[in-house]
Design a binder for this molecule. Sequence first.
Ligand code: ADP
Ligand code: MG
Length: 409
Amino acid sequence: MPFSQFSLSQKLVAALPDTFRSATEIQTLTIPAILNQQDVLAIAKTGSGKTLAYGLPLLEQLLAVSSHSQALILVPTRELASQVNNTLSLVTQHTKLTSISIFGGVDKEQQKAALAKQPSVIVATPGRLLELLTENAPMASNINKLVLDEADRLLEMGFWTDVQRIIEMLPAKRQTLMFSATFPKLLESKANELLNSPALIEAKKTEDAEPSINETLYLVNKGNKTKALIDQISRHNWRQVLVFIGAKDNADALCKKLNKAGLNTAALHGNKDQAEREATLEQFKQQQINVLIATDLLARGIHVEQLPVVINFELPSSAETYVHRIGRTARAGQKGIAVSLVCHGETEYLTAIRKVTQRELALQELDGFPVTDQPSSGESKRAPRDKQANRRTNKKKSIKQFQGRTKRS
Ligand code: ADP
Ligand code: MG
């Protein structure tokens, strides 16, 4: 999103380097929330542009208020304090706003004098700032914006006690922002203490133009999956579809059914020899085969340019595999389609996938396929046909569950 689209003053935006054509993902997500005066918890990897993600909206707010209002940015190292101060000073150069950095190893009296001038922004390491504030507490009275930058490192490096003592000196009524590359459990509890109904914002792992994938998840009866799959492919007239299936034993059976339904389908799995696999893959690439059914293991070697559609016939037990599977679509910046057929028995996997992807991934009903299965898939209402079958089902289920747990931990 171009910077001009945000409610930011032209003065600030104009000061950005010409090479910054548009805001990064984390900037796009946090700038409006911070301008909205909300507390924010933002997680995005290193190099994603977090400094301006909080810097720009903070400066904007400081420009807007007439009363003395100051922002304090706490960072874990001296180098970062200089770096952040340089970045922000660049943006404030044509405004009335001022920014200073405070860190150890430099003359204290000079820093006190600089603080006494009430700069708009103070970028500081906790140790030295705490020393200065302890000697002159009133200097903190106008600080009503606080940023904990690189919060994970502030915590790791043992600065949290200092951070907390500084916070105790600040006005209680303030906006608090926490930015971090990672979000360990311990930081979670600190965030809970410090932030007031924060907007929780997480940028996706990779900043490099991640292609957008249109994910649709249909809840269907387990016994209807094959029909639903055929319906989806025929209805949309998809020409090149990669279907993921969990077990290779089922791949051939499914392949047969699809061919019977008139869909040009092949299966790729470990029971086929190398030559056969390569021939199948080539046919798929040439679109002589329209539907390819593959297990996860085999799918790793598949490189097809811009695969438009990926279908999960079953959800994988590991959330990472889900991400990997749907990543097969929407290559080269194209919008891709990922459809998953989910039955009640897979809701545990879905929960894990939602957690990892941080996406809602709402289940929808598929037209013409009403769901009649009951959620408690473990206990069938029908009496088991025989004890042997019953035992088989139970065994299968417990292994599945076990895999689900280990993969996620
Ligand atoms: P982080 O704090 O997430 O590690 P930084 O704020 O230090 O990231 O920014 C990383 C680099 O990206 C810096 O060199 C910065 O100048 C550059 N940068 C920040 N925002 C943009 C943008 N919108 N467009 C291009 N480059 C940007
Ligand atoms: Mg940073």
